[in-house]
Every structure is written in C-alpha cells, then in structure tokens.
Design a protein. Structure first.
Length: 162
C-alpha cells in the first residue's frame, strides 16, 4: 500500500501564512506531512521551540495528515532517523531558489536517499517572511495579512510591552 511521507522543515520563528500555504499544498500531495521545527541549540530564536511547535499545532489542527515535531540537529540526520526521503521547501523567487538549491545539494550529499522538492510560493505569499513579521510585530503593526489567526495570540503575547 502506498504511504507517501514528506518532511517540511523550517525555523517557523514564527509560522506565517506563506508556511501555511506550503503545508496545505503538501498535505494535498502526500499522505503524511511532518512539519519539522529545526533549531540550533546554540542559537536562540525570537520564539522558543515550544512556542513555535504550539503555534504550528494550532494552525494545523484541521489537517489530520499533518504532524509537528522539533529537532535540534542537521536536517539530513533527521531524514535518516525518520526514514523520510522527501523534503519540501517553498521558494518565493530567484534568491530563494539559489540558496535552496545549495541547501538541497548539501543535504543530498549528506543523505543520498534524500530528494528536495520545491513548491513555488503562491503569488500573494511572495513577500511574506518570518523576519518581516517579527519586525512588524515589534512595532505593533496589524499582522492579520501575514500570519494565521491561530498563531496571533502567541505572537502578540510575546511582543506585549512589559
Ligand atoms: O525557515 P528557514 O529558516 O528558511 O529554515 C531553514 C532550515 C531550518 C530548514 C535550515 O537552516 C536547516 O535545515 N537547518 C538545520 C541544520 C542543517 O541541516 N543545516 C545544513 C543545511 S545546508
């Protein structure tokens, strides 16, 4: 029986509508999508790993074939440990394509069983990035066009003036 799985890795610091677009489209192609919050234990993100996983779980609640995990190591190692041989990445334009191609090649060298598939970002998502969301949040801007509504409470709480 066919049971296709893919891994959608990222920092998700925080999750954006662009990420959600890719998750939904991957979930329509694969039987199971594992969303991996990849983090470097030596680098602190804006949101804790627990917060990032929590936001993604809220956002993916209506997609039964999507699971969320976290991992503090190399992506290639995670694919070896899970046995997932397809990684999905979204590309917004040529700059993304260039850096993503380099990353895909290195990951393939580290795990020759691993292939990376690129999904072009939907046009309306082409300008959204987590770093832009963090900047807007720091200045109290309206984030509703950039992040899923389920993630908003976590983001707003993190940027609440003390
Ligand atoms: O959301 P991002 O920041 O574009 O995601 C990048 C991410 C987390 C997928 C990438 O940095 C990654 O795979 N990090 C894990 C460490 C690793 O495997 N690095 C080698 C890839 S060349």
């Amino acid at each position: 029986m066919n049971n296709s799985r893919c891994l959608y890795p990222g920092s998700f610091d925080p999750v954006t509508l662009g990420h959600l677009d890719i998750i939904r489209r991957a979930a329509a192609i694969f039987d199971t999508v594992v969303v991996g919050v990849l983090h470097n234990p030596e680098k602190k993100g804006c949101f804790s790993v627990e917060q990032r996983v929590d936001m993604l779980q809220r956002v993916c609640r209506d997609m039964p074939n999507v699971q969320v995990i976290s991992y503090g190591g190399l992506l290639a190692q995670l694919t070896k440990e899970t046995g997932i041989s397809v990684v999905v990445r979204g590309v917004r334009g040529v700059a993304d394509l260039e850096s993503e191609t380099a990353m895909a090649r290195i990951n393939h060298q580290l795990n020759p069983a691993l292939e990376t598939l690129f999904l072009p970002a939907s046009p309306e998502m082409g300008e959204i990035s987590a770093s832009m969301v963090r900047q807007l949040a720091a200045f109290g801007a309206d984030l509703s066009a950039y992040v899923p509504q389920e993630a908003l409470p976590v983001i707003l709480a993190a940027f609440q003036p003390q």
